[in-house]
Design a protein around this ligand. Structure first.
Ligand code: ADP
Ligand code: ZN
Length: 221
């Protein structure tokens, strides 16, 4: 089964994606994580990617598609994947369909996580991520703080803030989201693949609730 996760930056795609990945036993592939891993390696591709990510712009389609497809060809993705952050444009969605078709697969469901912009900004500014590549657990200093400050509950590694998690970049990322998202949700809506979940941090509809809700929906389908 192939699931794509749509939604604003910081809407919980990563958290919900990794919960679903555990429950459904399908790997969770985050395009943002993938791109940041290239940046950390500091090669030519990483340098190019950083020019976009660091200011909150989208990586050009051609490069994004190439790197994600390369990742999807790895063995662990053979029975499907939970894609988080990809596709982000209609063009990427079309290319993904084309790619999956070649392996006799398709997108089975597109999940959109919905959260207000104010909540998004609150959430991103207070976000911290585990530095351990194998873990990458996501925390929020207000809504999901680690038991011990700066340390991952799961693996004991240090937590860090992402370089692009600041107010200026978030605003740019939201702007880019609005520029591309309607075309993308329409693309999946017209194929009856779109399922929208509304989160509300303050009233307590959390990523855990969203993952449960989605799992039920998938089981019913
Ligand atoms: P967020 O959802 O919080 O913005 P991600 O980790 O999904 O975080 O993405 C971080 C950055 O990586 C984005 O701002 C963008 O620059 C780049 N990126 C991720 N996925 C894509 C994609 N599918 N196409 C183009 N750029 C992407
Ligand atoms: Zn960890």
């Amino acid at each position: 089964m192939n699931i794509v996760m749509l939604g604003k930056p910081g809407s919980g795609k990563g958290t919900v994606g990794s919960l679903l990945s555990n429950q459904l036993q399908i790997p969770h592939v985050s395009s943002g994580e993938l791109f940041r891993s290239y940046v950390k390696k500091a090669g030519e591709i990483g340098k190019k990617i950083d020019e976009y990510i660091s200011v909150g712009n989208l990586v050009p389609d051609e490069l994004a598609i190439k790197l994600v497809e390369k990742r999807l060809l790895e063995k662990d993705c053979i029975n499907g994947v939970i894609l988080d952050g990809f596709p982000r444009t209609r063009n990427q969605a079309i290319e993904l369909d084309r790619f999956l078709k070649k392996q006799n697969q398709k997108v089975d469901i597109a999940i959109e996580l919905n959260l207000s912009d104010k909540e998004i900004i609150d959430r991103i500014i207070k976000r911290e991520v585990c530095t351990n590549k194998e873990c990458r657990e996501i925390y929020n200093l207000e809504f999901k703080p680690p038991r011990k400050q700066g340390i991952c509950d799961k693996c004991g590694s240090k937590l860090e803030k992402r370089d692009d998690d600041n107010v200026e970049t978030v605003e740019k990322r939201l702007e880019n989201y609005y520029a591309t998202s309607a075309k993308l949700t329409d693309y999946y809506k017209s194929q009856q693949l779109l399922y929208t979940v509304r989160l509300n941090l303050h009233s307590g509809k959390t990523s855990e609730d969203a993952a449960k809700d989605i799992k039920k929906y998938i089981e019913k389908k």
